[in-house]
Design a protein around this ligand. Structure first.
Ligand code: C2G
Length: 129
């Protein structure tokens, strides 16, 4: 069984996230999402609207997602890939090249971001309405 992994905050879940998860799942039969914890978001300089548990529940309801694990730091990717025997690592191409060091452990794929939508845009548009 081919396993795929991806990482992110997935706050204010939107169709750009779903589009990413749908395409990531096409690389295997089992998709793991490493979801940034609230503590790691603080390290990333992100304040998510929804808590880790709320964001986890939403991701677990998505048909493409098979497992959600916590992302607690920048450095867990290699151990995650080894622990879960991951074949392919997938991220949006705003991260193009940033995770190429993982090519020693699995395939690394960067997928085009979905244009015109982002958590930041949603927050900004709502604040103006
Ligand atoms: N994404 C996308 N299209 C958008 C918005 C987001 O394809 N319009 C993708 C991003 O490229 C990323 C995933 O959706 O692959 C999750 O996005 P974020 O929650 O913003 O992830 P980020 O905060 O970049 O966390 O260790 C990696 C980090 O945890 C990535």
């Amino acid at each position: 069984m081919k396993k795929v992994i991806t990482y992110g905050t997935f706050d204010l879940l939107h169709y750009g996230h779903i589009n990413l998860l749908k395409r990531a799942k096409e690389y295997g039969e089992y998709l793991i999402v490493a979801l940034s914890t609230d503590e790691f978001n603080a390290i990333k300089g992100k304040k998510s609207y929804s808590s880790y548990d709320e964001r986890k529940k939403l991701l677990e309801a998505i048909r493409y997602v098979d497992l959600v694990i916590p992302e607690v730091n920048w450095d867990q990717k290699i151990s995650d890939i080894l622990e879960f025997k991951v074949d392919t690592f997938v991220m949006g191409n705003d991260w193009e090249g940033k995770f190429d060091f993982l090519k020693d452990y699995c395939k690394v794929i960067y997928l085009d971001r979905t244009p015109e939508i982002s958590t930041t845009k949603i927050k900004n548009d709502l604040s103006l309405s």
